[in-house]
Design a protein around this ligand. Structure first.
Ligand code: B12
Length: 283
């Protein structure tokens, strides 16, 4: 007797089961949004240096993991309350936490050849996470430049991706386009006039960040987006991503540590020099 759930399906059932268990494990750690991209679709969209031949020869599928709303933040705070060294000994506590969650779950994948990538500016090798997540059915492009999730809106962080040499059913890319019928409060809310031809322009936005501090801790455009508005990040969580210095202090307070207990100041995001640090397309 064939013990596979669907005998006509020749995918290795153990890989599908392993991925299901992996997803549950990382979701418990706060990575509550996931999708699967087809490696061939990724290759078709990428230059040679970021195709699977270069990243993981033989890759067939790509698992993408993110957080919607503040689930990851709440899990991080709970983790740091148990062991504050995740803050005091880490330059990037949220990223370090994500790596711990993934490292704990990764053995569930057994011996499937795989390679993990991270969405941070400090990653060893950068890949284009918005494109990956779009291919994995996690959202659509928005006027704001951010990937828009049907439930979480722009309150979706992309954190990790696993290229693996297993055929898994790919998530269908989404087709809804909420920006088309929207009156675009993101554009009118922008205090830096950073929309050019109705699309967010990174250089205009970055210049405004350099010359003024109105957007130092918040983005009026992102807050104005009606999609997923109920899932806006909690204030400390938002501060952490927008202005690491004050956000990090709020994180320290949230876990009950006194001022001075955290030796790190907190840096980023790197509005001014990201082009020198990050290249998702490769040479
Ligand atoms: C460098 C970087 C920055 C730089 C440059 C921003 C940028 N737009 O590229 C700076 C420091 C300015 C920045 C700021 C922010 N960032 Co940033 N950033 C990155 C990083 C590390 C690399 C991005 C990159 O290389 N861009 C350069 C090129 C590729 O961008 P581009 O020329 O604009 O091309 C893109 C668009 O044209 C668009 N596009 C064109 N066609 C299509 C088609 C489809 C289907 C899609 C989906 C996209 C798309 O996508 C192209 C490629 O993705 C990614 C993580 C990663 N590894 O992907 C996070 C990332 C893009 N940032 C993110 C966020 C949240 C922010 C901020 C909101 C943070 C903050 N609190 O201020 C701001 C605002 C950014 C914004 N409105 O887009 C999130 C986006 C999540 C989401 N829901 O989309 C990411 C994925 C990080 C994460 N951990 O989740 N960021």
């Amino acid at each position: 007797m064939d013990s596979r759930p669907n005998p006509r399906d020749d995918r290795p059932v153990d890989a599908v089961g392993a991925v299901t268990r992996l997803r549950a494990a990382v979701a418990a750690g706060g990575l509550n949004v996931t999708g699967t991209a087809d490696a061939a679709a990724w290759d078709a969209a990428m230059p040679a240096s970021r195709r699977t031949d270069a990243l993981l020869p033989g890759a067939r599928s790509i698992l993408v993991f993110g957080n919607g709303g503040s689930a990851l933040w709440n899990a991080l705070v709970a983790d740091l309350r148990r062991d504050p060294r995740g803050l005091t000994e880490q330059l990037h506590p949220l990223d370090a936490y994500v790596r711990r969650v993934v490292a704990a779950a990764d053995p569930l994948l057994g011996d499937v050849p795989r390679r993990w990538f991270w969405a941070t500016a400090e990653a060893e090798l950068h890949v284009d996470f918005r494109m990956l997540a779009a291919l994995g059915g996690m959202g659509v492009q928005s006027k704001l430049g951010l990937l828009l999730h049907p439930e979480w809106g722009t309150w979706l962080g992309l954190r990790a991706a696993c290229f693996l040499a297993s055929d898994l059913p790919a998530s269908a890319p989404l087709t809804h386009e909420p920006c088309i019928s929207c009156h675009a409060p993101c554009i009118t809310a922008c205090v830096g006039a950073a929309f050019v031809d109705s699309r967010w322009d990174v250089d205009t936005c970055a210049r405004f960040h350099r010359d003024a501090d109105a957007c130092e801790r918040t983005c009026a455009s992102r807050l104005a987006c009606p999609e997923g508005a109920a899932h806006r990040y909690a204030p400390a969580h938002y501060a952490y991503h927008s202005h690491r210095r004050s956000g990090r202090a709020l994180l320290r307070e949230a876990i009950g540590l006194p001022p001075g207990a955290d030796p790190h100041e907190g840096v980023g995001p790197h509005w001014g020099d990201w082009r020198a640090r990050v290249d998702v397309k490769g040479p």
